[in-house]
Design a protein around this ligand. Structure first.
Ligand code: AMP
Ligand code: ZN
Length: 120
């Protein structure tokens, strides 16, 4: 899924990566982009998305990309002031039981208010 730097024609996050919606990036790297969630669940709710089309965490087989996603998520948290204050949460939903609604891997970066304990 990662090979060749492919993007998917119809995937909404691939389209955002390609700039088709003029979505503002709050941070970016050569591997990933970060933009605000359309329906924020917290004062900071940013999605970190690989530039290549990877469906879900189970398909992530590129170690550099895995590290790059975490590094960009942390950079977002730092830029949002969350590393100085109450902290933040990084999560990803993989598959329908977890509630994944966009089939392009993304990390949610959440913070800015106390977050309820996640379900086990
Ligand atoms: P998940 O349920 O983990 O797949 O999360 C998908 C997230 O993508 C949801 O929080 C949506 O609000 C968000 N989302 C869907 N489309 C867009 C978009 N065009 N721009 C920003 N966020 C989006
Ligand atoms: Zn995609």
């Amino acid at each position: 899924m990662v090979a060749g730097g492919a993007t998917s024609e119809d995937c909404v996050f691939c389209r955002i990566v390609r700039g088709e919606f003029e979505t503002a990036f709050v941070a970016e790297s050569d591997l990933a982009v970060a933009f605000r969630d359309l329906h924020p669940q917290a004062p900071t709710h940013v999605l970190v998305v690989p530039r290549v089309h990877v469906v879900a965490l189970r398909d992530l087989d590129d170690d550099a990309l895995a590290a790059g996603l975490l590094r960009l998520a942390t950079e977002v948290a730092r830029c949002e002031g969350l590393t100085e204050g109450g902290g933040f949460r990084v999560l990803t939903n993989d598959g329908p039981d977890a509630g994944q609604t966009v089939d392009h891997l993304h990390l949610h970066v959440l913070g800015g208010r106390p977050l309820p304990a996640p379900l086990a």
